[in-house]
Design a protein around this ligand. Structure first.
Ligand SMILES: C[C@](O)(CO)[C@H](O)COP(=O)(O)OP(=O)(O)OC[C@H]1O[C@@H](n2ccc(N)nc2=O)[C@H](O)[C@@H]1O
Ligand SMILES: Nc1ncnc2c1ncn2[C@@H]1O[C@H](COP(=O)(O)OP(=O)(O)OP(=O)(O)O)[C@@H](O)[C@H]1O
Length: 292
């Protein structure tokens, strides 16, 4: 099951509430690339004594991620077991970690979301969407959007979703290989103390092609881009490099960073841009994809 990368096409953030959480408004889209979560039946049902041993992690970003209770996949399993009143003991879980960790494209939330979709299918097919969403939302602010992996306006703290139809857009994702801890980036936004208002955005409801999308995006921001650059200045280098390329129609950082995205007219343009960015930044993670 694909655990699709999430891209915040824009992200408007208001002042924190009493708990320190930030009301926001974002347009999120999902890529056709991501991590892979696979469930395999155990040889003898019920033979797993310890679920920790049932999660294995492989792939280019496996290193540094623990296959223990700190992993969002096992957090999803635990919460699902409690909500459904079942024991998840008939399968092993394999995560192929293709997405960089703590990179603003929701990898951990997407892994949890893919896990929950598979768990429902295999262990509680009658569980309503609302129950599954409640589990995903308890795991993180991006949990519900990454559970459904559908383009949407996200409001509230990221949990209130309005589906939106976007054109499929060729894109390039670039992560410079530095981690951005979400809480630190929000903390940097608070430290500056210049908070934006969140206005209703209607310009995206009838977007049918990439030009209209970019025109609507030009009136928006990612309010976390500046505090993320303050923490990791290399993000500004990525954006400058992307903006200087002829294939780039629009470039911005996603989420709390450090991954940046460029939107392109065609798949060929995205592929050419991806190749050139990788040559310019050999240590970076660079991928051409489609957002939709
Ligand atoms: C930046 C975004 O990715 C945009 O979609 C999200 O707002 C963050 O989503 P996430 O990574 O799932 O966030 P969580 O794991 O729930 O929270 C991490 C930390 O981010 C901060 N946080 C998160 C969401 C939000 N609306 N306001 C916040 O201030 C809190 O300090 C929290 O402790
Ligand atoms: N399966 C997982 N994949 C990635 N990170 C995980 C996973 N399980 C736990 N984590 C922890 O969660 C934290 C956030 O990782 P993640 O990759 O989801 O961040 P992100 O891409 O910045 O997400 P967002 O865009 O939602 O802020 C990391 O510090 C990581 O150690």
């Amino acid at each position: 099951m694909l655990a699709a990368a999430k891209v915040n096409l824009y992200l408007h953030v208001a002042a924190p509430d009493a708990r320190g959480y930030h009301p926001l408004q974002s347009l999120v889209a999902f890529a056709d690339i991501g991590d892979e979560v696979t469930f395999s039946p155990l040889q003898s049902a019920g033979s797993s004594k310890n679920l920790i041993s049932c999660l294995s992690i492989e792939g280019p970003f496996a290193e540094g991620l623990q296959a223990d209770e700190s992993n969002l996949i096992l957090k999803a399993v635990r919460r699902f077991e409690a909500a459904a009143g079942v024991r998840v003991d008939r399968h092993t879980i394999r995560l192929t970690k293709n997405l960089p960790v703590a990179s603003g494209i929701g990898g951990g939330s997407a892994d949890a979301g893919a896990t929950l979709r598979l768990l429902r299918e295999l262990y509680a097919p009658n569980m309503p969407d609302s129950d599954l969403a409640a589990i995903a939302g308890a795991i993180g602010a991006d949990g519900i959007m990454c559970l459904w992996s559908q383009s949407a306006f996200a409001e509230g703290y990221g949990e209130r979703l309005t589906p939106v139809t976007l054109p499929e857009v060729p894109a390039v994702l670039v992560n410079p290989g530095v981690e951005c801890a979400t809480a630190r980036v929000y903390g940097g936004y608070d430290a500056v103390g210049r908070f934006n208002e969140i206005e209703a955005m209607s310009g995206f409801l009838d977007v049918s092609d990439i030009r209209q999308l970019i025109s609507a995006l030009s009136h928006t921001r990612n309010d976390l881009q500046s505090p993320a650059i303050h923490l990791q200045p290399v993000i500004a280098e990525v954006l400058t490099a992307l903006e200087a390329q002829k294939e780039t129609l629009f470039a911005r950082m996603s989420g709390s960073g450090a991954t940046c995205f460029a939107l392109c007219e065609t798949d060929e343009a995205a592929s050419a841009l991806s190749g050139r960015m990788q040559a310019m930044m050999p240590a970076a993670w660079v991928r051409a994809c489609r957002l939709g």
